[in-house]
Design a protein around this ligand. Structure first.
Ligand code: ADP
Ligand code: MG
Length: 260
């Protein structure tokens, strides 16, 4: 953890590789008479190309932290710099723009549109950009190919397994070429083999240089990341590199395949 002196220095010489820089962030929720202190002084830096898993008991502040990283919410105090931009200073409208350009989200539920193909679902976030139609489709095809669904583009969600639907959600998160991919319990609705398949996709994307931050309550899932942060009571209590991290592709070889 950076000391006071180091923090002072780094505001002058910002580490160019830091995609995320969080400085002593507190977050309060006002609930009628009571005030919930969800984040209690969180400081952390995440470099480009990292793959970070966030663990911690329910209520420890993981989602609050992710929502802040994803510019869905602002800190009550402290600073959050995303690629050097001080997000804490921007209003809702500006946050929405930053979010659309820089962040890809994946959630536990896949949130795909039912009557819409994999390709169209993936293309959706490009509709809010100035990208031209032909380029949009090209990017969607690229994103689906990256997650291993090149042969499923015209399928509807009901024609795909849970794992395939989650991969469409990952493709959709990537289509605007974000700086970071944020995933809150992306394997929460999946069986264990399918969870490893999704982690294989994440490891492949990370190998290509994508920065990933993932929340999970499963230790086995966290081990596929390069670094694990553990939250407790609104603070980061542990910050460890993963040693001997398994390759999801290797683990899959040892797991029985389910029949389609
Ligand atoms: P986690 O994702 O680790 O389960 P959360 O970040 O969702 O934890 O929640 C941290 C704390 O903040 C909890 O005490 C939770 O009840 C509270 N909290 C989260 N979101 C809200 C909200 N929108 N309004 C009020 N309290 C909230
Ligand atoms: Mg949560």
């Amino acid at each position: 953890m950076p000391g006071a002196k180091q923090t002072e220095l780094s505001t002058i010489v910002l580490n160019e590789n830091a995609v995320i820089r969080v400085e002593d962030v507190h977050k309060y929720y006002e609930l009628g008479e009571t005030r919930v202190h969800a984040l209690r002084g969180v400081s952390v830096e995440i470099q480009r190309g990292e793959f970070v898993a966030i663990m911690g008991a329910s209520g420890s502040g993981k989602s609050t932290f992710m929502n802040m990283l994803g510019c869905l919410d602002r800190p009550s105090s402290g600073r959050y710099l995303l690629e050097g931009i001080d997000v804490s200073e921007h209003d809702k409208r500006a946050l929405a723009k930053i979010r659309n350009q820089k962040i890809g989200f994946v959630f536990q539920g896949f949130n795909l549109l039912a009557r819409t193909t994999a390709l169209e679902n993936t293309e959706l976030p490009t509709l809010y950009t100035k990208i031209e139609k032909a380029e949009r489709q090209k990017r969607a095809v690229e994103a689906l190919t990256l997650v291993g669904l090149a042969d499923r583009m015209e399928h509807f969600p009901s024609q795909m397994s849970g794992g395939q639907q989650q991969r469409v959600a990952v493709a959709r998160a990537l289509v605007n070429r974000p700086s970071i991919l944020l995933a809150d319990e992306p394997t929460g609705n999946l069986d264990s083999r399918t969870s490893v398949e999704i982690m294989e996709v994440f490891q492949n994307l990370n190998d290509k240089g994508l920065t990933i931050v993932l929340v999970t309550h499963e230790h086995d899932v966290a081990q596929f990341a390069r670094r694990v942060l553990v939250f407790r009571d609104g603070k980061i209590r542990k910050d460890d590199a993963v040693l001997n991290r398994p390759r999801a592709a290797d683990v899959l070889q040892t797991l029985p395949t389910l029949e389609d």
